[in-house]
Design a protein around this ligand. Structure first.
Ligand SMILES: NC(=O)c1ccc[n+]([C@@H]2O[C@H](COP(=O)([O-])OP(=O)(O)OC[C@H]3O[C@@H](n4cnc5c(N)ncnc54)[C@H](O)[C@@H]3O)[C@@H](O)[C@H]2O)c1
Ligand SMILES: [Zn+2]
Length: 405
């Protein structure tokens, strides 16, 4: 038996934030990040809509990018004091993911972070509160997914919390919120969405329900991302939908090792001064993983379908896979994203000498590879890599060398 789960309600289109006026309840806890929602007036709007609906409102502010276990635990304490019956998470993937994990801890104060990380092991929620997610970036699609990514900074590792229990009850996909994204955020989150759709389509858990969402999202991202990056606001709006469609697909079809590798390289070089931003990591690793996975016949055929759907040409599946890889690499160029870790600068832009020196990468490689293999996203990848293969693959992602194994 397979399961396909989405939020109960999805409001979309310009101005759909107003849907908050129709919510029913007494106390709403709004969770936001570092200030963009406040700065651009969306937080005030949300507060006034909820007050109009009769809610008492409290805020959890300053949730940091790539939220930590401590942030989750502190937020849950604030929720236990305020006792919200609605949790409204607004902003990028970071505050929404943090709020999802806070929700679990609020409903089950005794649960530990380790227990939360047991895949599909979350006890029944919604005994205290319902959850609404309002994304301001066009990539993670956490507003419709069963995932929350929390970083353990002691270990330098991102852990996915995964369970349909944390699929939000309501998603509000209002493109007004995405208009203020700076260019770099558009690029990174957009390639995150592309990776979600491609990984979901070739995942071993794909289905007739997830496939059309993935393919349509891929086509839309192909058509709209670069234009959105270059400032076309009508494309910015369609990208907001496209990333959400990709999310509807991958929350049910799951992901693959591009994400396993991105999760395990994201924060592991933080001591050198930067994170490898999630979407940028995906953009760099996706072409490499396609070459690796295409050794599996079923996956190769599916990449061929994607290439056909994108209209890339190619006489057979081998050619189609090559054209798909070339197309994605060209998108990285158009979006000013490097092709490999070696050329990934402190500011995330391509540079001769990236912020991760070769010797440090090689020293940490065995541990990173081991952690990537055990990531929750590896199980649904079409090809299961050995430790040796994962190390070789990560090396290709470091040096931008061809994957021929
Ligand atoms: N839960 C999931 O299914 C899922 C999927 C993919 C990624 N993730 C996780 O999500 C996180 C990344 O989320 P993200 O890429 O959305 O970025 P983010 O939430 O980390 O935000 C990045 C920065 O952009 C700013 N920002 C957000 N929206 C803005 C806007 N409209 N205008 C101006 N600035 C804005 C934020 O203040 C922040 O400084 C990572 O931790 C990643 O691992 C989760
Ligand atoms: Zn992602």
């Amino acid at each position: 038996m397979a399961r396909f789960t989405l939020p109960r309600d999805l409001y979309h289109g310009k101005g759909s934030l107003e849907a908050l006026k129709s919510f029913k309840g007494e106390r709403a806890m709004i969770c936001v990040g570092g200030g963009s929602m406040k700065r651009f007036g969306f937080l005030d709007k949300a507060i006034s809509y909820l007050k109009e609906a009769g809610f008492e409102v409290q805020l959890i502010e300053n949730i940091e990018p790539d939220p930590s276990v401590e942030t989750v635990m502190n937020g849950a304490k604030a929720m236990l004091d305020f006792k919200p019956d609605w949790i409204i998470a607004m902003g990028g993937g970071s505050p929404i993911d943090a709020a999802k994990a806070m929700w679990i801890k609020y409903e089950y104060p005794e649960i530990t972070f380790e227990e939360m990380c047991k895949v599909f092991g979350i006890p029944e929620l919604r005994k205290k509160a319902h959850f609404c997610a309002i994304p301001s970036t066009s990539g993670t699609a956490t507003e419709v997914t069963a995932f929350s990514i929390i970083t353990d900074y002691e270990k330098g590792i991102k852990y996915p919390v995964a369970d349909y229990e944390i699929t939000p009850d309501v998603a509000i996909v209002d493109p007004d919120l995405a208009e203020t994204m700076p260019q770099k955020l558009v690029a990174h989150t957009g390639m995150d969405a592309m990776t979600h759709a491609v990984e979901a389509y070739v995942s071993t858990a794909n289905s007739d329900y997830s496939d059309p969402l993935a393919l349509h999202a891929i086509k839309m991202i192909q058509n709209d991302l670069v234009a959105s990056y270059n400032g076309d606001m009508s494309k910015r709006a369609t990208m907001h939908n496209a990333q959400c469609l990709a999310g509807m697909s991958f929350t049910n079809a799951l992901l693959g090792i591009v994400h396993s590798m991105a999760h395990k390289t994201g924060a592991v070089f933080a001591d050198l001064g930067a994170h490898i931003i999630h979407g940028a990591a995906n953009a760099m690793y996706l072409p490499k993983v396609i070459a690796f996975n295409a050794k599996d016949e079923t996956a190769k055929k599916r990449y061929g379908v994607i290439a056909d759907f994108m209209g890339l040409g190619g006489a057979n599946d081998d050619e189609k896979v090559k054209l798909l890889i070339a197309y994605l690499r060209k998108m990285n160029d158009d979006l000013n994203i490097p092709h490999c870790i070696k050329n990934y600068g402190l500011d995330s832009y391509p540079t001769e000498n990236g912020f991760v020196p070769e010797e440090i990468f090689l020293e940490r490689l065995p541990e990173i590879a081991k952690n990537a293999i055990s990531d929750a996203c590896t199980g649904s990848n079409p090809r299961q890599p050995s430790q040796e293969e994962m190390e070789k693959l990560l090396k290709c992602c470091y040096y931008d060398t061809e994957v021929d194994f």
